[in-house]
Design a protein around this ligand. Structure first.
Ligand code: HEC
Length: 418
């Protein structure tokens, strides 16, 4: 009974962190308490998280897909609901972020910079030693810290924070053997059947590719792997299709084709080298439903034939489950949930569905033959993966460039401020 009650309150707690219904569905609740790394709200790790991932701001852009923009969207025609946007204004100020994937912070006013410095400084001695006993927490918090440093490099803000962020990331660094422990794995292709029983994991084929900047670990600090599930008996087999694309043919995508994108953390190890850990935090399922049945196509995420499901792993889940996490434990984010996205450098408040549709729709693009799969573009050079570690090794090489940039910026700054 006691255990059941505890499980019940935890579930309620998790739910109330996000606004479940209404015009701001999916945003973090302004009254929620976030305890991603420790029960104690005031723990330095929770304060570092909050500094980066809980930010009240005016978005640069507001998507017309938001329920509150329905009238505005209607005035601009059918497509505006997905693609329309307007500049943000003071009345659009909200709390963004939460224990998800997107990092809303762009810069810190002086007082907040000082508070973050104090939190980083608190991550020494006993609290640090306690953190270092949990590999999951070290890897995830270090990634939060390094992603914040990446962001400040990109926005050219708060140079005084770079050296302390890098230093804190180094204090959380663990030996490579510990970072590669299979107990840290939160995703296996076989888990997909738990959330999508129609997937047969044995049919998945991993592809290697030339990634765009969106998936370059120098910028994302994440590795990314993509698996395809290609229907049989409806045209070319998958490997033949890729060969045909490489030889210059237009892709021919059968209805039912699926892709699964998985992103996981590249950590900094205790020798200063990158390590692609098995800790996955983002899983996205994509299916080309087809365009021949207009009603079925309209019911998809893009409204024109491509369906998505998105799963993000909460830090708090890692903590409360004490590891032993699989895809079932990820939080599914719905098409209508709202997120502050920052792709291409702009803080944009819109729905998940509208954001994915921007780059993955079938109609109204110069390349309808891709059926929403940019990986099937000839320039992506997709090919059947030579090994399951190829993409992980690539991500480690990309991450080295980020480390070099950060280390030199941090050094430059600590020289000029002393
Ligand atoms: C700014 C453009 C953009 C947005 C927005 C975007 N993607 Fe993508 N996506 C891409 C590109 C480009 C690739 C090709 C991968 C690469 O570069 O390595 C891709 C690849 C993928 C793949 C792998 C299969 C493929 O080729 O489509 C999945 C799955 C995916 N994205 C899901 C999503 C989901 C879900 C969303 C919304 C949360 C989303 N994407 C938003 C640009 C985008």
């Amino acid at each position: 009974m006691a255990a059941a009650t505890a499980a019940f309150t935890t579930a309620l707690g998790a739910q109330s962190q996000w606004i479940a219904e209404g015009p701001q569905r999916g945003l973090p609740s302004p009254t929620a308490a976030w305890r991603p790394y420790d029960e104690d709200l005031a723990h330095p790790a929770n304060r570092i998280f909050a500094a980066a991932f809980l930010v009240e701001l005016v978005p640069a852009e507001v998507g017309l897909a938001l329920p509150a923009e329905a009238e505005n969207a209607a005035r601009h025609g059918a497509d505006a609901r997905h693609f329309g946007k307007r500049p943000g204004e003071e009345r659009d100020r909200r709390l963004f972020g939460g224990d998800g994937l997107q990092l809303p912070r762009e810069s810190f006013p002086e007082a907040e910079s000082k508070a973050l410095l104090a939190a980083l400084d608190g991550l020494r001695g006993e609290p640090l030693e306690a953190m270092r006993k949990t590999t999951f927490a070290c890897v995830r918090l270090q990634n939060d810290i390094l992603r914040l440093a990446r962001r400040l490099l990109d926005t050219d803000a708060n140079p005084e924070l770079l050296a302390p962020l890098l230093d804190a990331a180094r204090r959380l660094a663990l030996p490579r053997s510990q970072l590669l422990d299979s107990g840290l794995a939160t995703f296996a292709p076989t888990d997909l059947a738990d959330v999508e029983p129609t997937i047969d994991p044995s049919r998945l084929v991993e592809v290697e590719r030339r990634s765009t900047r969106l998936f370059d670990a120098e910028h994302t600090l994440l590795w990314s792997r993509v698996f395809f599930d290609w229907p049989e008996g409806k045209g070319r087999a998958f490997a033949e299709e890729l060969a045909a694309i490489a030889a210059g043919s237009a892709p021919s995508v059968p209805a039912g084709a699926r892709a699964i994108l998985v992103q996981g953390i590249v950590a900094l190890d205790d020798r200063g080298a990158p390590c692609a850990t098995p800790l996955a935090i983002d899983v996205r399922l994509q299916q080309f439903v087809g365009v021949t049945d207009p009603a079925a196509a309209k019911a998809t995420t893009t409204r024109d034939g491509v369906d998505f499901r998105v799963f993000w792993l909460a830090r708090e889940t890692l903590r409360t489950k004490g590891g032993r996490v699989s895809l079932r434990d990820f939080r599914e984010v719905g098409d209508d949930d709202q997120v502050l996205f920052r792709d291409y450098g702009t803080l944009k408040h819109t729905t998940v569905g509208a954001q994915c549709t921007l780059c993955h729709r079938v109609s109204g693009t110069p390349e309808p033959e891709l059926a929403g799969f940019p990986l099937l573009r000839k320039t992506a050079q997709s090919r059947v993966a030579s090994s399951p570690t190829a993409r992980l090794e690539l991500a480690e090489r990309e991450f080295v460039k980020f480390l070099a940039t950060l280390a030199s910026a941090a050094k430059r700054d600590s020289v000029t401020t002393r």
